[in-house]
Design a protein. Structure first.
Lengths: 112, 112
């Protein structure tokens, strides 16, 4: 248990659905991250939030939309996804951006 | 562009063998260096890190890593592995301009 929780743990959705992934940390961290972990690719950093401001967006398609309403919560809104978006989506947090990251357990997403 | 290379994608060892996993990065400035580990069915978690000071750092479970600045390397070592070290190991580099990049990971399988 790292102090970072993610819900749901598993999600199956069709290509026309809209769903959201949630991440929560009560570690007092100022930075939060979304990663995509696929079987055949390295861990891909998607978005970085620092003090609730998006500071990094690594060419992620617009069908992924992050939201950080406060320093403890991070969402990833999903709409019109493709089957190749099926992956494990990991959330992490850290005191500041250059520091050790604490990872959640991930949401296993399957897009049909 | 910044990059992190992990030379071995899949390593198989017998218990009590010595381990060295290579990690090289390309970035000319000051960096923070990390090794993370993901045990089967568990979260990604920090194994050890280097920010400054003694280039030989010790982590959990008997692991250590040495930062060699001239070689842009941060290799992970353990003198005698155990079956419980079976996991995936990720090297990560965080530059002081706050870009973080993970290597592709090395799957380590220890034979009992």
């Amino acid at each position: 248990e790292t102090g970072v929780t993610q819900t749901p743990r598993h999600l199956v959705m069709g290509m026309t659905n809209k769903k959201s992934l949630k991440c929560e940390q009560h570690l007092g961290h100022n930075a939060m991250y979304w990663y995509k972990q696929s079987a055949k690719k390295p861990l891909e950093l998607m978005f970085v939030y620092s003090l609730e401001e998006r500071v990094e967006n690594n060419s992620v398609p617009s069908r992924f939309s992050p939201e950080c309403p406060n320093s403890s919560h991070l969402f990833l809104h999903l709409h019109t996804l493709q089957p190749e978006d099926s992956a494990l989506y990991l959330c992490a947090s850290s005191h500041h951006r250059a520091d050790t990251q604490y990872f959640g357990p991930g949401t296993r997403l399957t897009v049909l | 562009a910044q990059s992190v290379s992990q030379h071995n994608h899949h390593v198989i060892l017998s218990e009590a063998a010595s381990l060295e996993l290579g990690c090289n990065y390309s970035y000319g400035g000051t960096v923070n260096l990390f090794w993370y580990v993901q045990y089967p069915g568990q979260h990604l978690q920090l194994l050890l890190k280097y920010f400054s000071g003694d280039p030989l750092v010790k982590g959990i479970k008997g692991f250590e890593a040495e930062f060699i600045k001239s070689k842009f390397s941060f290799n992970l070592r353990k003198p005698s592995v155990q079956w419980s070290d079976t996991a995936e190991y990720f090297c990560a580099v965080n530059s002081r301009d706050d870009k973080i990049i993970f290597g592709k990971g090395t799957r380590l399988h220890i034979l009992p």
